[in-house]
Design a protein around this ligand. Structure first.
Ligand code: ADE
Length: 225
């Protein structure tokens, strides 16, 4: 999967892809992430990419032209399966969307900034609009990093144990069960006996019950009655 991220502050995102699991995924060529500085696509002086809102009102708006030029250039080079705009009024991003979109080959993620983008971008250039939660960030960069991370960790070979993404929270609409590691007892705090028993069927059963109990307690909405 290739992800092209369009932003006017690429520095904000660079370090995120330069460490840990995402860095290794890129090095192993399991994914490609390309950051595009919107300011490289403007024809205005001083690398301007935003302007005042027509009709007045506080806040600057990202202009349609540099965004269109950047997207068209990318589209000349390859086909894209989705052009996603990160925005607080988009569809709520979740694990199901992550699973579905991790199967795609090429996607573009556009980060908003300031008051957002000229609405003609949304009307003519964007195929999907996603929010990562009901709060407003100062830009879409963190949201784009969240989405990229959620997609990339699902790609085959990215996680060392390929089954580990399957046992994440939200797969099967259940929260993940608790996990423990050594020592088996610390300060008198004990690891549940069943996990030390070596009895695989009992362990699976215990984990499933714990998942169900956690979900019932913390996120009954996932069980949907
Ligand atoms: N940009 C600003 N806030 C956002 C949010 N909650 N989700 C996605 N993009 C955003």
């Amino acid at each position: 999967m290739r992800i092209d991220i369009i932003t006017c502050v690429p520095n904000l995102l660079e370090s995120y892809f330069a460490h840990s699991i995402l860095k290794r995924a890129i090095e192993k060529k399991l994914t490609e992430v390309h950051l595009h500085d919107l300011r490289d696509y403007t024809t205005y002086k001083h690398r301007q990419v935003d302007d005042y809102s027509f009709g007045g009102g506080a806040g600057m708006v990202l202009m349609v032209e540099p965004i269109d030029r950047c997207i068209q250039k990318l589209k000349e080079e390859r086909d894209y399966d989705a052009v996603i705009y990160m925005t607080p009024d988009g569809e709520r991003f979740n694990q199901k969307l992550a699973n579905r979109f991790s199967m795609l080959t090429n996607i573009i993620i556009l980060c908003g900034h300031y008051k957002g983008v000229d609405d003609r971008v949304r009307q003519h250039l964007i195929t999907h609009e996603w929010s990562i939660g009901d709060y407003v960030l100062s830009g879409g960069e963190l949201a784009a990093a969240v989405v990229s991370d959620a997609l990339i960790r699902l790609l085959p070979g990215v996680l060392s144990d390929e089954t580990s993404a399957l046992s994440d929270s939200f797969q099967d609409d259940l929260l993940a069960p608790p996990v423990y590691t050594r020592p088996a007892e610390y300060n008198g705090w004990k690891v549940p006996e069943v996990l030390l028993s070596g009895h695989e069927a009992n362990i699976q059963k215990w984990r499933y019950e714990q998942s169900l109990e956690r979900t019932r307690e913390r996120r009954p909405d996932l069980l949907g009655g």
